[in-house]
Design a protein around this ligand. Structure first.
Ligand code: THU
Length: 135
């Protein structure tokens, strides 16, 4: 079930990015998750004076998703400014992986729209996930 078209997702990610609290890096990021059930969650990066303790936009969106009882990411949009691709950091790749399916798509966006779409396998090859813990 899909409730979100790409244009709407990018608009929501831009809105989320505008809320980022980034006094240290001054690098705003927004993230939007659409779950398999068609629910939508946003997140932005939130920094603090102890620099490494800041949280990424993806982590915020994942937290909102789990709090609402959803756990399967169908699409995730990650959006930032600048010319470079704003690809999820290593830690966020693992966080997304936890709630991914074989069909999860990761859309790397600029303010104008999607720049690149990756599968979870492309973003984090040979990943370690919940199945790897099975004995
Ligand atoms: N950041 C994210 O929120 N998501 C990403 O995918 C890449 C990096 C944040 C962390 C930090 O607040 C700022 O961007 C600069 O690294």
């Amino acid at each position: 079930m899909s409730s979100l078209d790409v244009k709407k997702a990018v608009a929501l990610a831009n809105k989320a990015m505008s809320k980022a609290y980034v006094p240290y890096s001054e690098f705003k990021v927004g993230a939007v998750i659409e779950t398999l059930n068609g629910k939508v969650y946003s997140g932005c990066n939130v920094e603090n004076a102890a620099y490494p303790e800041g949280t990424c936009a993806e982590a915020g969106a994942i937290s909102a998703m789990v709090l609402d009882g959803e756990q399967k990411i169908d699409n995730i949009y990650v959006l930032g400014n600048g010319e470079q691709l704003v690809t999820p950091c290593g830690g966020c790749r693992q966080k997304i992986r936890e709630f991914s399916t074989p069909d999860t798509q990761i859309h790397i966006c600029g303010p104008e729209g999607v720049r690149k779409t990756l599968s979870m396998e492309e973003l984090l090859p040979f990943s370690f996930g919940p199945e790897n813990l099975k004995k």
